[in-house]
Design a protein around this ligand. Structure first.
Ligand SMILES: O=C(O)CCC(=O)C(=O)O
Length: 400
């Protein structure tokens, strides 16, 4: 008897897993019209406005009013320039810039915060380690189909390289399947998410303390740095004196192709709602949607997220509706980034004791990764699930 992915039918963040990975649902909603069951809320309207048009992949007509944090506040008065508190900047290496967004207290955006070497390391770890055991993926949720070949010893990355003509296509920024052999059960083409740290139990719809894998130090160190920044800045803004410790205890790694999107949802399953979500992006740019506390609230703003950007949803924005409307293909021409951005590079991240653990990436892997990232977006987001007393905040406080 085959086990079905519980997320396929169960509503996750208010959307089904199918909705999470395909924009066809938006067409479907359009065709159905605004019946009571599928009421077109302001959030959904924003998603529809940005929906991918297969026949027009480079469309830009929906992007006029987006917020591009990498242009800074001089270009857009919705962007607020913030000062990194000394407490965070000195001790935590990242020197900024960091921005807020008018009307969305608690939201922080650090454009191009991660240098190229850090982005590549995150991406390489994501395709080689974060999507492999002991971490869990969407693929593990379903039993293999009768026509699928199961080879537990084959790593998905090695298989993808063997099956994709990335060498020839890396210059053309297009991937081609080499041959259409038997379908693989474990394949990067089927991968849409992996979880690390506490895994979410999709059947019980809760985190399960007994289902846990390790949190990679690179992801932990980056997220603790930005989470503490968010916590300190939120205390400063609100006059609160909340603890600024953070435990990176659960992470979702989302793998998007140019056809993927993620419907609107709130991350409301954690217990430590006073701790921010830290979200980092690598690979293709995308349109991130941010709404209010419900999907009925306006405005719903469109934010351009690019490779290397870090976004924190903390304080008042922790429970805001959000989603990912569309991934922009490589061929879409974006405005240049402001050169004042000062990314966190491997040298500085070395101070966080990460560079010593960096992967030894071969030339072949480098080129294949370049090709993969020219067709995919990887988003790594991190949460603290339980309250400090239960979630071992000691390790993250030591990082100060
Ligand atoms: O891909 C993104 O930027 C958003 C991911 C997200 O919202 C989630 O995993 O809950």
């Amino acid at each position: 008897m085959q086990k079905e992915d519980p997320r396929k039918h169960a509503k996750f963040h208010g959307i089904t897993s199918q909705e999470r990975v395909t924009s066809d649902v938006y067409m479907h909603i359009m065709q159905k019209g605004a019946s009571d069951r599928e009421k077109v809320t302001p959030f959904k309207r924003a998603q529809l406005r940005h929906r991918r048009q297969g026949e027009n992949p480079n469309r830009m007509d929906d992007l006029g009013d987006w917020i591009d944090f990498s242009q800074g506040p001089t270009e857009d008065n919705r962007i607020i320039s913030l000062d990194l508190p000394d407490e965070v900047a000195d001790k935590h290496i990242y020197k900024g810039p960091i921005f807020g967004l008018r009307g969305f207290p608690g939201l922080l955006f650090a454009p191009n915060a991660l240098g190229e070497d850090v982005q590549n390391e995150l991406a390489f770890q994501a395709v080689t380690k974060y999507c492999e055991s002991p971490h869990k993926t969407n693929i593990d949720q379903c039993a293999p189909k009768a026509n699928e070949e199961v080879d537990e010893s084959m790593k998905m990355w090695e298989d993808w390289k063997a099956e994709t003509n990335w060498q020839e296509s890396s210059t053309k920024k297009k991937q081609k399947a080499l041959h259409s052999g038997r379908r693989k059960y474990r394949s990067l083409k089927k991968l849409s998410w992996a979880t690390m740290g506490y895994h979410y139990d999709w059947t019980e719809r809760s985190y399960n303390k007994d289902l846990k894998s390790s949190m990679p130090s690179l992801v932990e160190n980056i997220s603790v740095l930005f989470a503490r920044t968010s916590l300190v800045m939120d205390n400063e803004a609100t006059g609160a004196t909340n603890a600024v410790s953070y435990t990176a205890s659960a992470s979702i790694v989302n793998f998007y192709s140019t056809k993927s999107n993620m419907g609107g949802h709130r991350d409301d399953l954690e217990f430590a709602m006073d701790k921010p979500i830290v979200s980092m992006s690598v690979g293709l740019p995308a349109v991130f949607l941010l709404g209010g506390k419900t999907n009925e609230e306006e405005p719903v703003v469109s934010i351009l997220v690019r490779s290397g950007d870090v976004l924190c949803m903390g304080g008042d924005s922790r429970l805001n509706y959000h989603g990912m409307a569309r991934v922009l293909p490589f061929s879409v021409q974006l405005p240049e980034r402001d050169s004042a951005c000062c990314p966190l590079d491997a040298d500085r991240i070395g101070l966080l004791d990460v560079s010593s653990n960096a992967s030894d990436v071969s030339r072949e892997d480098e080129q294949a990764l370049d090709c993969f990232l020219s067709n995919h977006r990887i988003n790594i987001n991190v949460r603290q699930v339980y309250h400090d007393s239960e979630d071992g905040a000691a390790s993250s406080t030591d990082a100060s």
